[in-house]
Design a protein around this ligand. Sequence first.
Ligand code: AKG
Ligand code: FE2
Length: 315
Amino acid sequence: MEKPIVPVIDFTAGQSIPGDAALLWKTTPEQISLADDIISALKNVGFICLVNTGITQDEMDTLMNEVKQFFGLGGSEKCLYTKGLMSNTGWVDVGRETLSTDRKAGDYKETFNFQPVMAETEIPDSMKILKEWWGRLSTLSLQFMKLMGLGLRMKDPSYIANSHSFGSSQNESAIRVNFYPATVNKDLEPGQVRCGEHSDYGSVTLLIQDSPGLEVMNRSTGEYEAVTAPPGGIIVNIGDVMQFWTSDTLVANKHRVLVSDDKHLQEADRISIPFFAIPDQTTLIECLVGRSKYPPVTMHEWLKQKIDSAFKERV
Ligand SMILES: O=C(O)CCC(=O)C(=O)O
Ligand SMILES: [Fe+2]
C-alpha cells in the first residue's frame, strides 16, 4: 500500500470552537494553532484527515451497517425512492451518474442522497438513521468552516460557516451514501470505474468510508495516490466553492475510486458516506481572499451546471 499523503490532524480543540459573536475574542491559542495547521495542510493536498472529532469508529460502523441494508432490497423497492427530475434527493442506480467529464461510462455505484427537508415517506427505514447524523455532521462542518475562516485570517471568520443555512429549503447540502457493489465477475463497460475523477461542488466535504479505494490527485506530480484514514478518522476535503472564494489559495483536488486490482477488494462491496456542505442557493460566490480569479456565480447556477453534467440523461 502506498504511503498516505493526507495529513492527520487532531481536532480536539475544534470541538469547543466558540459561537459566532465570540469567535474572535474567545478563541484559544490551541484553536488558532489548529486553524493554522488546517490551512497549511489544505494548501498542500486539499485533503486532510481529522481524528478526535467527537465521532467514534464504532458509531461510524453502526451507521454504515445500517444504511447498507437499503442497497440489498430488490430493484422494485429501491425504485420507490428514485431521485426525482428536479430534486437532489433519493436513490440513483448503477451507471446513472458520471462524475468524470472524461469518461463515457457511468460510475459503477448506487447512491442515496439525504436532506433533512425530505418527507418521511421519501426516506427508507434503514436511512432514517441519517436524520440523527445530520446534526452531528453539519455541526462538525460548521466548526471546521469557522477554523478555516480563522486560519485564512478573514475579517469575518464566521462568513463561510454563516453562508450555510443547513436544513433550510434554500440549502442543497446533503448526506450521500455511496454503495459500490463488488466488481468481481461483473460486466463493466470499458473505462468504467467506481467513481470517476472529479472535484466536489460545494465548500467542504466530510467523508466516512469502510475500506480503501479513494485516491486523490497529487498536484505536483499529476499522479493519483491512495487516501486512507486511521480508525476514527474522518477525511475532509474542500470543494470548488472554497477554491473560488480563496482564488486558488485552497484548491479543490480531484479524486476518484477505481476498480481495485486487489482480489479481496473486488469481491467486497464498499460504502462511503460523504457529507457535502454547500452554501445557500442565493449565495454569490466571489473572491473573499486574495485577488479575484473566477467570475462570480451564484451557488444555484454552479450546482445546476455540475449536476446537469453528471446526469446527462437526467433522472
Ligand atoms: O467513495 C469515496 O471514497 C469518495 C466518494 C466521492 O468522492 C464523492 O461521492 O464525491
Ligand atoms: Fe467527491
